[in-house]
Design a protein around this ligand. Structure first.
Ligand code: HEC
Ligand code: HEC
Ligand code: HEC
Length: 444
């Protein structure tokens, strides 16, 4: 379409507006008082001031009074989009900047990664804000502070004793229910059919098989240490273990049953009914059955892995190669997503953050949408709850699509698609060796 004179004039205004954006005059228009830092850690003051100077405009809500040029249509679109996307990736709250609340493990790992890679703040922001961005010295300050917070970047051992302390009698009932095929329509499938403890809490199959031999759409994650996850299912659609346990019973492709049907069957079992009503005044109901199952699942933790012994100070618990693999895991920033007690389970992350995994793999499925299927927000497309890496040598095949059976290959895919790095066979092999040291004492 040919441009009218009016259109050209409009374009000129736009061009001026864009130029105006790049003008550092805006530095003068947007002086902002720095928040007072109240942290007990004297080094945090400097860290916070650096973050406030270069990062907070985009990553901290309710802080910045946006400059006048923000009101120009194009500027508002560009900056608004930046801020929206920035906050989908990382939020650092005001209370964290002042030091009243600590930064968590995922945040620390993320900061380490972008500071090392030098990817933040975005270039166009640096054009506008001369003082933003870090000198070599600033980077050192930040990185050494992050390392001083936790040399393991938030990785923690599985506690020796169950931190959730569920009621022992409920645990016993839950264990029996977990292994009870009467929870399925035709008495052929129990929870344990797809989550066998001797298979690392999975079925070691790409996708699960439910009643009548039906195949499901997604790989079964482990129930081991699931209690440490911030929510349940790949897409996080259940808030906790009790809510999760509602799913499979009613799922036509898994157990194909319903609570009235299950309750009716269990009611006929007088011994079980009696034992059950000793723990639950209301007797057998969907709520009490799922509560008992969740109580049992909370005990399915795997302490005492060789890696945890190493963390506790026994340097001989890992071989030299496994130790190298651990260092590579930290250096390559795998830890920015796989951290905490579970080496994961703390956040949703996009599969294919650095490169399109789904275009590479082909054959898209609905399950590939991940978190999007729950929220229908475009930004949640292809996001999954980061899976735990505990006992990962037993939980093959890997990924939500169960597409990879060898651990070193899964590690290389992570390097390429999550970190934008081609890991050598040797490094991927060393990392895989380290990951095999995460197998803990399996519950019986
Ligand atoms: C102009 C706004 C802006 C500023 C200032 C800014 N960021 Fe970002 N940040 C973004 C946007 C947009 C994204 C998401 C898109 C991307 O990753 O480029 C993002 C993503 C991130 C991520 C996720 C990383 C990733 O690659 O997935 C981290 C971590 C981050 N920023 C940290 C920082 C830190 C630390 C600073 C200060 C040095 C900073 N940001 C300054 C806009 C900003
Ligand atoms: C037919 C196989 C099958 C059966 C039977 C089954 N599950 Fe699952 N389970 C799966 C699959 C597949 C998923 C992943 C589904 C998803 O994320 O969309 C899953 C997910 C889970 C999760 C979430 C773990 C995580 O990290 O997100 C838990 C916990 C779990 N199941 C427990 C149970 C319990 C308890 C039962 C019995 C009431 C049960 N499962 C029955 C296949 C099964
Ligand atoms: C940006 C976050 C992120 C980073 C960085 C990351 N991962 Fe992952 N990891 C994920 C997500 C999300 C999945 C699940 C992807 C899927 O199933 O489609 C995953 C899955 C895995 C799995 C498969 C686990 C299973 O049971 O299916 C392994 C193994 C793994 N990652 C190891 C690593 C290693 C090693 C690194 C570093 C080289 C790494 N990850 C870096 C987010 C990340």
């Amino acid at each position: 379409m040919a441009l009218t004179t009016k259109g050209k004039a409009g374009l000129a205004v736009v061009a001026l507006a864009v130029l105006g954006l790049a003008l550092p005059v805006s530095n003068l228009v947007t002086p902002r008082e720095k928040l007072e830092v109240k942290s007990a850690d004297p080094r945090y003051r400097e860290v916070s001031l650096l973050l406030q100077g270069s990062c907070a405009d985009c990553h901290t809500p309710n802080l910045t009074r946006y400059p006048i040029y923000f009101e120009l249509p194009i500027a508002r679109d560009i900056i608004g989009k930046d801020i929206k996307e920035a906050r989908q990736e990382l939020i650092v709250t005001r209370q964290q900047l002042t030091g009243e609340e600590p930064l968590d493990a995922v945040q620390l790992g993320r900061l380490k990664e972008v500071i090392e890679d030098g990817t933040m703040p975005p270039l166009r922001y640096k054009l506008m804000h001369w003082n933003a961005g870090f000198s070599q010295k600033d980077r050192q300050t930040l990185l050494s502070w992050i390392a001083s917070q936790s040399t393991t970047y938030g990785i923690k051992p599985v506690p020796e004793t169950n931190p959730f302390s569920p009621d022992k009698r409920k645990v016993a009932l839950g264990k029996s229910l977990f292994n009870d095929k009467r929870l399925s329509a035709d008495d052929t499938v129990s929870c344990a059919s797809c989550h066998a403890l001797d298979k690392g809490g999975t079925d070691q199959a790409p996708v699960s098989t439910g009643i009548h031999g039906q195949k499901g759409p997604i790989n079964a994650p482990t129930v081991l240490n699931a209690a440490f996850n911030f929510c349940q299912f790949w897409d996080g659609r259940a808030a906790n273990l009790q809510e999760q346990a509602n799913g499979p019973v009613n799922n036509p492709k898994e157990m194909g049953s319903s609570w009235p049907q299950v309750v009716a069957k269990l009611e006929k079992d007088q011994a079980f009914k009696k034992a059950f009503s000793e723990s639950y005044a209301g007797g057998l109901t969907a709520a009490s059955i799922t509560d008992a199952i969740a109580a049992y699942e909370k005990t399915l933790i795997t302490p005492d892995s060789r890696f945890d012994r190493y963390l506790a100070g026994d340097r001989s618990a890992l071989t030299a190669d496994e130790e190298k693999g651990y260092k590579l895991f930290l250096q390559n920033n795998c830890v920015s997503c796989h951290t905490g007690v579970n080496f994961g389970g703390l956040s949703f992350e996009k599969m294919g953050r650095r490169k399109d995994y789904f275009a590479w793999r082909g054959h898209p499925t609905e399950a590939d949408n991940g978190r999007f299927n729950v929220t229908h927000a475009g930004s949640d497309m292809h996001k999954f709850k980061v899976p735990t890496l505990r006992n990962v040598e037993l939980t093959f095949p890997y990924f939500h699509d169960g597409s990879v059976s060898e651990l070193p290959e899964a590690v290389k895919i992570m390097g390429e698609f999550q970190l934008g790095k081609k890991l050598s066979d040797q490094d991927a092999g060393l990392i895989a060796r380290f990951l095999r040291s995460l197998t803990g004492r399996l519950p019986d």
